[in-house]
Design a protein around this ligand. Structure first.
Ligand code: 2P0
Length: 345
């Protein structure tokens, strides 16, 4: 048996162990769930183990309210699952369908086949990760369909098996994913943080809607393997995470947003030092960064973060929305805490 197959067996053993604890009810005929996208303020970049998607460090995110994924599941009488994305059937050999099928085959009885109807409410052009909200919605919907009634920490761990950042997308508001230490990842789980920040705004600034040439998964692997600067990253990002968490508790916008921007720039520096170099920015990304730095110099409390793509996510507070809209007429603004009543304990 190859190493990869052995590790796959380990993941399946862990899943079976978790699902052995639940009552095996007859599945419902259909179920659906919604999960928001999330933007990390301190980033997940690098895995200590790839089969369980275990991160080198913790990370902390803000969920994007009604920007996310709604997934409907229905039991079908067919030899294979059918994956539908935004109304169109996805071929079984597409990586999107392969990842979903792999996740479902781990958690479902082999004779149960589903139609998976996935709708992203995030404009694809904004380049927001849909794998996070996608796997979170799939996990929540499967939990309902199968009547598992699993606790949220286990749902977070199951969502992580699909995509690391999905572990953070089960909740609205601020969410922390702790790295954990155990080999099977049972302590590498996310949970929502209590503080809410109704004035907080996230502005999506789309620089390019082209799909990226290098996936996050490949990009982080390359960075860990070849970037000398990556050695500095775990310490830097853990310090940033602590500082952002404290700033959120204290309602200290400047510290929270400045640390998030610094964290994103540091992550991109580790990528640039990888080989072959990994630069997700477009020239226009830098133009927008310089515009933000200039506005900040003029006194506007405006910061940004960036992920594995060329688009910027601006961070500011409600009282500055008119100034931000005047400077960036094309910006799309999200109020993460517009849905505070939906935040689950
Ligand atoms: C994050 N990103 O914390 C970071 C910042 C991208 C840059 O999580 O391999 O799609 O499925 O675990 O979750 C994107 O990585 O990667 C990501 P996998 P994922 O949001």
């Amino acid at each position: 048996m190859s190493n990869h197959q052995t590790e796959d067996v380990c993941v399946n053993d862990w899943v079976n162990q978790v699902l052995d604890t639940v009552k095996h009810n007859t599945p419902a005929t259909q179920a659906s769930a919604y999960a928001p996208s999330n933007i990390a303020l301190s980033k997940y970049w690098g895995k200590r183990e790839a089969n369980f998607n275990l991160p080198v460090t913790g990370s902390l995110s803000i969920s994007l309210a009604d920007h996310g994924t709604k997934t409907g599941l229905s039991v079908i009488d067919a030899p294979a699952h059918q994956v539908i994305l935004n109304g169109e059937q996805v071929g079984e050999h597409k990586s999107f369908a392969i990842k979903i099928n792999q996740w479902l085959d781990r958690v479902l009885p082999s004779d149960l086949k589903l139609r998976i109807d996935t709708h992203n409410t995030v404009p694809t052009a904004a380049g927001l990760a849909s794998s996070a909200s996608g796997f979170a919605a799939l996990t929540l919907a499967t939990n309902t369909l199968m009547g598992w009634q699993l606790p949220e920490y286990l749902l977070s761990a199951l969502a992580r098996l699909g995509s690391g950042s999905a572990s953070r997308s089960l909740w609205h508001g601020f969410v922390k994913w702790q790295a954990g230490e155990l080999a099977d990842g049972s302590d590498s789980i996310a949970f929502p943080l209590k503080p809410q920040w109704p004035q907080l705004k996230v502005g999506l600034l789309t620089v390019s809607s082209l799909s990226k040439a290098v996936s996050s998964r490949e990009g982080m692997g390359r960075t860990v393997a070849t970037s000398a600067l990556y050695k500095q990253w775990p310490q830097k990002t853990e310090a940033d995470l602590a500082s952002i968490e404290a700033a959120i508790t204290n309602g200290d916008f400047e510290t929270m947003a400045a640390t998030a921007e610094h964290n994103a720039m540091s992550m991109h520096a580790t990528m640039a030092a990888a080989w072959p170099p990994l630069v997700y920015w477009q020239p226009e990304s830098l133009v927008q960064m310089q515009k933000i730095w200039q506005l900040r110099q003029q006194g506007l409390p405006l910061y940004f973060t960036m992920d594995a793509g060329p688009n910027l996510k601006l961070l500011f507070e409600a009282q500055h929305q008119a100034d931000v809209e005047a400077a960036f007429p094309e910006i799309q603004i999200i109020t993460p805490f517009s849905h505070v009543t939906e935040v689950r304990d």
